[in-house]
Design a protein around this ligand. Structure first.
Ligand code: MG
Length: 271
């Protein structure tokens, strides 16, 4: 059965608006305000940056100069403001947990190979969880292995790939998995990601790590681990890599929430 939407008559709408206006303006009617009773810290001021510069509170991992923030960075080539995949994976010297990660990459301009052999690299968050990097422009492969996939767990929602030689942008929001003292999973990892500004992963719950040879599983690890970029034998290029560490807002419940009557000063507890 198809549910019928209520039809709002113009007359009723006018009556409702008039009632609202009277209620709001009438000094005889009490003005009741909801007061949550929470003291919030003031949000820090951050300059948002632009296409060429990161937000002011970002940790810059590669700005085109060198790979000094990365282990094994000496075995990749830095040229013309770009880092080209060389020998072996590179990983950040610093570890990260919850974060916002911005990373730009380009598949090789010269198209070579096909499927998983074409423009393959990968962004491993916390060293274990791969967001696939692949030349997925007219390059069929298994869907959970194409660009923007959580490797072997889910395809991206759509394929927003730019052609080989053009830059792609991943903007990733990452919530790290939590483990208790005995190593049991307390909460899984979640990822939201945009590929060239288009949503590809929306709060996806990861099933575990992302190896190619076995099903995913969680294994307890540190709260913070490096970002790792994969050497899969293809000269994929990277630039403009930055990250913002994310922390939950901590607030203080100063008093229980109340309804406050502006006319009488009376406070009524919120049930
Ligand atoms: Mg890969």
């Amino acid at each position: 059965m198809v549910a019928k939407l209520p039809v709002q008559s113009p007359v009723l709408t006018a009556v409702g608006l008039a009632f609202f206006a009277l209620n709001w303006c009438n000094p005889l009617m009490a003005q009741i305000e909801y007061l949550p009773g929470i003291q919030w810290p003031e949000p820090k001021v951050v300059s948002p940056g632009d296409a060429h510069s990161p937000p002011s509170d970002a940790i810059v991992l590669f700005d085109g100069q060198d790979l000094s923030a990365w282990e094994n960075g000496g075995n990749w080539i830095v040229d013309n403001g770009e880092a080209v995949v060389g020998k072996g994976d590179i990983k950040t010297k610093q570890g990260f947990g919850d974060c916002q990660l911005h990373i730009e990459w380009s598949a090789p301009t010269e198209v070579k190979g096909n499927g998983q052999g074409r423009g393959n690299s990968g962004v491993f968050i916390m060293d274990n969880y791969e967001v696939q990097v692949l030349d997925s422009y007219n390059n069929p492969t298994y869907f959970e292995g194409q660009a923007g996939a959580i490797y072997k767990q889910t395809p991206p929602a759509i394929n927003a790939m730019n052609p080989p030689g053009k830059w792609n942008i991943y903007d990733i929001i990452w919530t790290a998995p939590r483990f208790d003292d005995t190593g049991q999973l307390r909460s899984p990892a979640y990822i939201t990601a945009l590929h060239n500004g288009v949503l590809i992963l929306n709060h996806f719950e990861l099933l575990g790590d992302t190896p190619w040879h076995r099903p995913p599983k969680y294994q307890a690890h540190a709260d913070k681990l490096p970002i790792r970029l994969q050497d899969h034998g293809n000269p994929v290029r990277y630039r403009n890599i930055w990250l913002r560490e994310l922390k939950p807002i901590t607030a203080t419940q100063l008093r229980p929430p109340v309804f406050y009557n502006h006319d009488t000063g009376e406070e009524t507890p919120v049930e």
